[in-house]
Design a binder for this molecule. Structure first.
Ligand SMILES: [Zn+2]
Length: 462
């Protein structure tokens, strides 16, 4: 018996040694000393949350989870980059690089004239496509972490269709938007497998489809929780606005439902989840909250009905944050971000004239909150940029920061003990090995029309 156990023990040691040997393939960062990963990281990305409003609502007790992050960790303005277009900025956040380097110039991108492979000229007619991940010219943080053998889980991040190959899983924003709009999530087949291209690995399809919150399930009582009168009256006044509220509420609830399922069943070293509704509701409803700054006439009924929507959606965003934090360990680093701030009209920055629509309503002051082991409690961050997020995540993960990134790790929020134990290490670049696409042509999908319709209703395009 004892001999059998001894033999089994030897076999076990050999098996473990073989597995470890094979799993530890050399990554691109293996030429530098990598400190032990101190902990896990969670990024909660919430589009368009404005710094001053978030702070005020936290002071008033209406964003309690944000208030807790503010006292437990470091916080400050996350400076955005002009022209404040969300797909571009979320890609800056995910790469630590400027638009010139990452190549995602907006929601809509010019596609080269197929008759002429040479660079397009101004007088050549160009089709406008929806930017897709194959056009990104540099690695996203989840690809860098995957190459360093960290597990990742990404849900709903902008410009992640088709899904990147990662060590873990990735569910693109095309998928969360399209599935929440469908009543029956169909399994992909030969003619409809575009959706599964947004999920890596594709084998997760049925689990994704089982965790969707459908737009049809957003009942009147949910919409009424955001407005000040009955749903009947709201529908009469502003049909498009109320249906958009329902659509993006459903998409956000789908991201939450997916996070609940995947963060629990597949815990990863790096998790990221993105919520869109706060930006959309700000575009549609901010004017009713600050009607005096809106230069067009608004009816008294509409102002009364819709004035609470934006702040109530901010409160919802806070509860989404609280729910997602509950899904990870207490010692996980939590990074809360928005890509830009928001203002009712251009007057905010001293412009005069027309009522602002589309991206003119965005302003520079987004938010960043970071908490976790070794982050100074109650600290403030000054001068942080959207380009600093990936370098900071890499530093927290104990991985080198690349010199070809345009941002810097926010070391001022880390304690001296943390920095002694995990000094920031640099390498030249992560852009080695398999280079990401950098294609000039986006990959079309049936969700494109829906996105274009959304851009039209927000005033981004005619
Ligand atoms: Zn926006």
């Amino acid at each position: 018996m004892r001999r059998t156990i001894a033999i089994l023990a030897v076999v076990l040691v050999v098996v473990v040694a073989v597995v470890v040997f094979h799993v530890r393939r050399p990554g691109p960062a293996d030429d530098v000393r990598i400190p032990e990963a101190p902990s896990r990281i969670l990024i909660v990305g919430i589009d368009g949350l404005d710094w001053s409003r978030v702070n005020r609502l936290a002071d008033e007790g209406r964003m309690p989870n944000v208030a807790r992050m503010r006292s437990e960790g470091a916080s400050g303005i996350l400076h955005s980059i002009r022209p404040f277009v969300s797909p571009t900025i979320w890609t800056c956040i995910a790469t630590g690089k400027t638009e010139e380097k990452h190549g995602i110039s907006g929601f809509l991108v010019n596609t080269p004239n197929p008759a002429d492979a040479s660079p397009t000229t101004d007088n050549m007619p160009q089709a406008k496509g929806i930017a897709t991940s194959n056009m990104r010219k540099v690695k996203a943080v989840w690809q860098i972490l995957s190459a360093a053998e960290r597990s990742v889980g990404v849900i709903g991040w902008l410009v992640t269709y088709p899904a990147d190959v990662v060590s873990g899983y990735l569910i693109s924003s095309h998928v969360t938007l399209a599935l929440s709009a469908k009543r029956e999530a169909r399994a992909p087949n030969q003619t409809d497998d575009w959706l599964s291209e947004g999920i890596y690995p594709k084998s997760l399809w049925s689990e994704v489809a089982d965790n969707v919150y459908h737009e049809e399930d957003v009942g009147d009582s949910i919409i009424e929780s955001f407005i000040a009168t009955s749903m009947d009256r709201a529908r009469q006044e502003e049909k498009v606005r109320t249906s958009s509220l329902a659509k993006f509420y459903a998409a956000d609830m789908t991201s939450l439902t997916l996070a609940r399922h995947f963060f629990e069943t597949r815990p990863a070293d790096f998790n990221a989840v993105y919520f869109r509704g706060s930006d959309i509701t700000s575009h549609f409803f901010w004017r009713f909250m600050e009607p005096e700054s809106w230069k067009k006439e608004l009816s008294a009924e509409a102002i009364e009905t819709f004035s609470p929507v934006v702040e109530r959606y901010y409160a919802l965003a806070d509860s989404l944050l609280g729910e997602v934090i509950e899904l990870v360990d207490d010692d996980t680093y939590v990074v809360l971000l928005s890509d830009h701030g928001f203002a009712g009209h251009r007057g905010y920055r001293g412009f005069e004239g027309d009522v602002a629509v589309g991206i003119e309503m965005h302003r520079e002051d987004g938010i960043i909150f970071v908490r976790g082991p070794g982050i100074k409690p109650g600290g403030s961050v000054a001068g942080a940029s959207v380009l600093d997020v990936t370098p900071t995540v890499l530093a927290l993960a104990g991985l080198p920061v690349a010199r070809d990134m345009d941002g810097r790790p926010l070391t001022e929020i880390m304690s001296s003990t943390f920095l002694e134990r995990h000094p920031v290490v640099h390498i030249e670049s992560y852009e080695v090995g398999d280079a990401p696409g950098g294609d000039l042509t986006p990959i079309e999908s049936p969700v494109d029309d829906e996105i274009k319709e959304m851009l039209r209703s927000l005033g981004y395009i005619d």
